[in-house]
Design a protein around this ligand. Structure first.
Ligand code: THU
Length: 131
């Protein structure tokens, strides 16, 4: 996995995060199976439940552009160690990526933690197929 362009996109979009309530800025970028990159930042709202996470924004951008699957994810935060996606975002990633989907967590100090979706969410919710 060439993480360079995906990391650059996630770092750049983090600057656009709208996080006046938590002060916690997040940038995310996904590479689609077609090789395109989509990014997103967290956008908070004073009605807190209306807040959208960076990862779900990035996935939504990809899917709404007509992409069908995700093959790599970078998440950038300013924590030590770098923060993983929340449970909601993991479930959304599981909708469009496999358990072996590579996820790179970065912080602004250059720390890198590379793992896979299945490490964070070994048992995603599965909707039973209609019979
Ligand atoms: N946040 C994300 O952007 N991604 C996550 O996976 C977890 C949390 C954002 C939402 C909110 O704006 C801030 O981080 C604090 O929860």
């Amino acid at each position: 996995m060439d993480w360079g362009p995906l990391s650059d996109a996630a770092i750049a979009v983090r600057d656009n995060a709208y996080a006046p309530f938590s002060g916690f800025k997040v940038g995310a970028a996904v590479r689609t199976r077609a090789g395109l990159i989509f990014s997103g930042c967290n956008i908070e709202n004073r009605s807190f439940g209306a807040t959208i996470c960076a990862e779900r924004f990035a996935v939504g951008s990809a899917i709404s552009a007509g992409e069908t699957g995700i093959e790599g994810v970078v998440v950038v935060t300013d924590t030590t160690p770098p923060s993983p996606p929340c449970g909601l975002c993991l479930q959304v990633l599981a909708e469009f990526g496999d358990a072996d989907l590579p996820i790179l967590l970065l912080n602004l100090q250059g720390e890198r933690l590379e793992s896979r979706l299945g490490d964070f969410l070994p048992h995603p919710f599965q909707f039973p197929s209609p019979t």
